[in-house]
Design a protein. Sequence first.
Length: 129
Amino acid sequence: MLPHGRLIGLVVTAVVSLLLLIAPVYSNGQTLIGVNGARVFGILAIPIVIALAPLVFPKLKIPAAIAMLLFALIGGFSIGFFYLPAAMVLAWPELSKTLRPSSGRDSLNLRLTNRLSCKPKNPQDPSIL
């Protein structure tokens, strides 16, 4: 079973790459392939490989999100801006897991609060006061 966030990230990346390949992106109405030739396939394949990596290797979830964000920032003045949504979709499941409080932390906070409270064990013991 494929994790939904990573699969959605791959789909968004593939759609963006396909749109950049066939849509006219220059002011004179030309496409990337018409101006730059076949080398565009290699450049547009980089984000697809980045988005595919966490599906094949699950331990690459966070590095893939960071790599996609770096690709979007480095290529920001050309095609990178279009990959920001894909970077956010790849990073979102990992960020939501990190920011969500876990039950282990809550129980630790409760135990620390109970230990630090000023309730004496024996209220008649004068040495505690």
